[in-house]
Ligand binder design. Structure first.
Ligand SMILES: *Cc1c(COP(=O)(O)O)cnc(C)c1O
Length: 399
């Protein structure tokens, strides 16, 4: 009889099982829940062992800027959920994007970046990397021909988010993956809005996935952190960058994210279910002119999202009649939703993109991006959807 104990019990396991079981290295204490290793350094059994660890000849921990068991547990779990060989935890989502750029690009390289990415990502590429000789071309997410035209012999990376914030535009990952392969470039996808519970970009041919763990991976708005996920050869480059330059994940934050992952799929399904119901309800309201949510059958990205994602996520936006004044009045009338630009929290949040998240764009840039003054974004949390409707209704009654 084959000895079943020789094989990895999680080989071929479902996402739900991996979310709860991957990345566990039980200690001699026999603890059931994952421990937090709040230690900056590690002791060695002998001078010879210390020498071997420092030389890299013997595996094991040296210092928590290099490795930490709790951070490693988070890395193994998020890698398992994305179907990746490896992952690295970082101090924030921006640190994950910075690490990809610093570890995998060099002066003279060219990046094509979606215009419809997180605002700080635009600054990172357009302002800081440009200073170090990395040229960046920004292209609208859905303008596939412009992406093709922007790619040149020095293009080393394509960077995008799908679905986009706040209009929920959906890009075909396999088309972009093919484009990157043809160009000999890496496709890096920010999977913050869907998480691996709803979309696995690597399975569609992306090379690297980045996350702001601050959002849905935590899920309760407690900690700032990030992750990059992909092939071992790329993650090794990132590890070298992180060890040297320092934006590593704290063990406490890693533990919060590790536990957050256990409920990720359940939460993402609940966020998605409520967002779809809210989107359908919003469309019926007289005060509402237009609703942007890929779960609605008439959204231009609906069919693609239905193929590429297992649900449509928790973020939607809508335009109210009456421009900025009406939008602000509606936001100010809410008493349950939190007025904050954050998302991915159990608590629903509401924000006016034109004057906050997209406020630094010029008026023509905003117009080009389709961000009108009448637009409101809601990141639907885990409250009862009827209470979210009632809270928005307060404002609609004033319009
Ligand atoms: C928040 C966010 C980031 C940045 O993550 P931090 O953890 O705040 O550094 C990057 N991308 C997207 C899509 C985000 O929403």
């Amino acid at each position: 009889m084959a000895d079943d104990r020789q094989t990895d019990p999680l080989a071929g396991a479902h996402l739900d099982t991996l979310a709860v079981r991957a990345g566990i290295a039980r200690t001699h204490e026999g603890e059931h829940a994952e421990p937090i290793f709040t230690t900056s350094s590690y002791v060695f059994g002998s001078a010879a062992e210390a020498a071997a660890r420092f030389a890299g000849d013997s595996p094991g921990n040296v210092y928590s800027r290099y490795t930490n068991p709790t951070v490693r547990g988070f890395e193994q779990r998020i890698a398992a959920l994305e179907g990746a060989e490896a992952a690295v935890g970082t101090a924030s989502g921006m640190a994950a994007i910075l690490s990809c750029a610093m570890a995998l690009l060099k002066s003279g390289d060219h990046v094509v970046c979606s215009r419809n990415v997180f605002g700080t990502t635009t600054n990172l590429f357009g302002k800081y990397l440009a200073r170090f000789g990395v040229e960046v071309t920004f292209v609208p997410l859905l303008a596939v021909d412009e992406w093709r035209r922007a790619i040149g012999p020095r293009t080393a990376m394509l960077f995008m988010e799908t679905p986009s914030n706040p209009l929920c535009e959906v890009a075909d990952l396999s088309t972009f993956a093919q484009m990157a392969r043809d160009a000999g470039a890496l496709l890096v996808v920010d999977n913050c809005f869907c998480t691996p519970a709803l979309q696995q970009p690597l399975a569609h041919g992306a090379d690297i996935v980045v996350h702001s763990a601050t959002k849905y991976l935590d899920g309760q708005g407690r900690c700032v952190g990030g992750a990059a996920v992909g092939r071992a050869e790329h993650m090794e480059e990132l590890v070298t960058f992180l060890r040297t330059c320092g934006p590593t994940m704290s063990p406490f934050n890693a533990w919060v994210f590790l536990k957050g992952l256990e409920t990720l799929r359940l939460r993402m399904e609940a966020h998605s279910r409520s967002a779809l119901e809210l989107a359908r309800w919003l469309r019926e309201q007289d005060a509402v002119e237009k609703v942007y949510y890929a779960g609605l059958e008439d959204h231009p990205g609906h069919a693609l999202a239905a193929r590429q994602q297992s649900a449509y996520g928790g973020v939607l936006s809508f335009e109210v009649r009456g421009g900025r004044e009406a939008a602000w009045r509606c936001i100010d009338a809410t008493r349950i939703l939190s007025l904050t630009a954050n998302l991915g929290d159990a608590k629903s949040t509401i924000v006016h993109p034109a004057t906050t998240t997209h406020g630094r764009l010029s008026a023509p840039e905003r117009a080009e991006a389709g961000i009108r003054d009448s637009l409101i974004r809601v990141a639907v949390g885990l409250e009862h959807v009827d209470d979210i409707k009632a809270d928005l209704q307060r404002g609609f009654a004033l319009i």
